[in-house]
Design a binder for this molecule. Sequence first.
Ligand SMILES: Cc1cc2nc3c(=O)[nH]c(=O)nc-3n(C[C@H](O)[C@H](O)[C@H](O)COP(=O)(O)OP(=O)(O)OC[C@H]3O[C@@H](n4cnc5c(N)ncnc54)[C@H](O)[C@@H]3O)c2cc1C
Ligand SMILES: C[S@@+](CC[C@H](N)C(=O)[O-])C[C@H]1O[C@@H](n2cnc3c(N)ncnc32)[C@H](O)[C@@H]1O
Length: 653
Amino acid sequence: MSDAHNAQLDWDEHGQPLSRSYGDVYFSRANGLEETRHVFLAHNQIIERCQALPAGGRLVIGETGFGTGLNFLCAWQAFAEHAPRDARLHFVSVEKFPLTQTDLQRALALWPELAPYAEQLLAQYRAIHPGFQRLLLDGGRVVLTLMIGDVLECLPQLDARVDAWFLDGFAPAKNPEMWADSLFTELARLSAPGATLATFTSAGFVRRGLIAAGFAVQRVKGFGHKREMLAGPFQAEPAPRSAPWFARPLLPTGDRQAVVIGAGLAGCATAASLAARGWHVTLLERHDDVAREASGNPQGVLYLKLSAHGTALSRLIVAGFGHTRRLLARLQRGVDWDACGVLQLAFDAKEAERQNKLAAAFPDDLLHALTKDEAEARSGIGLPAGGLFYPDAGWVHPPALCRQLVQHPLIELRPYQEALSLSRQQERWCIEGQNGVLAEAPVLVLACAAEIGRLLPEANLPLKRIRGQISRLPASTASRALRTVVCAEGYVAPARDDEHTLGASFDFHSDDLAPSVAEHAGNLELLREISQDLAERLDTQTLDPATLQGRAAFRCTSPDYLPLVGPMAEQQAFNDAYAVLAKDARQVPETPCPWLEGLYINSGHGSRGLITAPLSGELIAAWLEDEPLPLPREVAEACHPNRFMLRRLIRGS
Ligand SMILES: Cc1cc2nc3c(=O)[nH]c(=O)nc-3n(C[C@H](O)[C@H](O)[C@H](O)COP(=O)(O)OP(=O)(O)OC[C@H]3O[C@@H](n4cnc5c(N)ncnc54)[C@H](O)[C@@H]3O)c2cc1C
Ligand SMILES: C[S@@+](CC[C@H](N)C(=O)[O-])C[C@H]1O[C@@H](n2cnc3c(N)ncnc32)[C@H](O)[C@@H]1O
């Protein structure tokens, strides 16, 4: 695919953007800012609703057509000026043709008064790839979920309750496909009780369609010379939500307090997402510091193993990659991470064919094919083949990311605290260690990788440990030519602290964490397959694997390679409640799910925790706060911890 998925713009004599494909303007030529304030803010009473938010409350705004983000920035400004300090704004918008960074910057430069907001948006506006992309702004107080794709395909994937709709998206005459009845039905499905809607158009078929869907819209005075526009409240019944086993558990009442067990990427990310929402988090870790187990390697790779078929895993990876990539902007580039690009070699015919399909399925700014010569020029070393290049990807020092995530006054990291058992007493989880109670809180998140099996044996979660080892290779003058991460079956990264990380072995049987010489030798073999030239630059012929330094840890995997993220039911009560599924899998009983109240899981991140664990923290917080999910509903369900109980029940095992 080319980069045609970005908006193709022309700029008029006043520096205003115009869409070449739709032949329409992004905002009023007279005054875009005032138009937004009149049409979308005033007619959804955004300022009044911000003022009326309770402490810790939130407003969810939905939009069709993100465009230049002008509406978003105006809503953010109103929120910043009128909402209580600890309230939150969720802005969910869909965009089929996202502007490039450069175009966005040029368009937003038109509004100097929005500059403080525009600068933050621009700093986060990267890795905006197809699917759901979450951007955290103002320390997480403002959350932007961008759905990149066609509105008619994206909205059905959204799980949210929207308080106010900004129905934008070019004039119906210029963009008739968008203003379809199926759009109005989706707006109704996603509306919270008391939701309102406003749109600049007054087209009769739009008014009739919205009314039929349940919006009591009326014609009101439009902006400037426009006679009319539409606005009004949603007045139908809210739509029922999902099957009970994937439904939203009742929200915990009382204080926002949680215990998180495990301070690897999953636990640190969960703590960060909760703290950003005002939760007091106690983070229990059995070692002396964060990132001492799987998340403790010197360098991990942002490795995207995608599918051209839009599988749940592939969609999770694109969304997770974007989120992690934006978080990394907070770390020191070159020391804690580097966006040096990742090259995946087409090391055999099958892989080359797979890569061709991926190159056709995804936009160029996410990945593109390089010939052998191009790949060598890019990576700086001799290679056996070309491959796929991911220009925004790179390597990360995972402990730095963990440390950054827990830098929040509401997070208390407690090292040397090994949880040995859990119990629920008086609506609180009580976590016990060797010398008694370690912590208690109404909400508990288990982020302790495969150790969850020991703390919660009755849940029968199919989590497996797979040992892996990386080798640390001292850089040489010649190896410093390596400029990108290069992967085949293994991976090698440009030097950090004068060492290259080379990985990684897989051992499905060993329980031993002492680095083994055989696995160092295996890693060197992986290096030779990646690049004989680099192996020579590192003088590996004369290198004795027994002298190599390295590190081993356990990955934690699930049978379907998706992580386990979300709330969890009590196994026996679940089987009793939904026993009928064993006879007829199509039944959807109405019995509410017997949740393990207040218990959540964030685990099973396999070999790609850098990509999946941070976004999973956002997903846990979204479940816990009844917020818009940061992922398509289907993907969140594919990651739901209840899925295994459900499958076992249906299979009758
Ligand atoms: C060799 C190797 C190479 C890898 N390479 C990459 C890569 O290139 N890119 C990538 O994205 N991913 C990579 N991964 C995978 C990635 O490291 C993991 O997916 C990620 O670190 C998982 O994070 P986690 O927080 O779930 O688990 P962990 O980092 O293992 O964290 C779990 C934490 O829970 C704590 N804990 C456990 N039980 C208890 C208890 N009872 N009480 C208190 N604390 C407890 C542990 O001490 C630990 O700190 C690699 C993994 C390995 C092993
Ligand atoms: C008038 S502009 C939006 C202006 C925007 N709200 C702002 O604040 O700058 C309309 C936007 O809708 C997008 N759009 C049009 N049809 C769409 C569709 N079917 N799905 C998703 N986005 C669409 C266009 O690409 C364009 O960015």
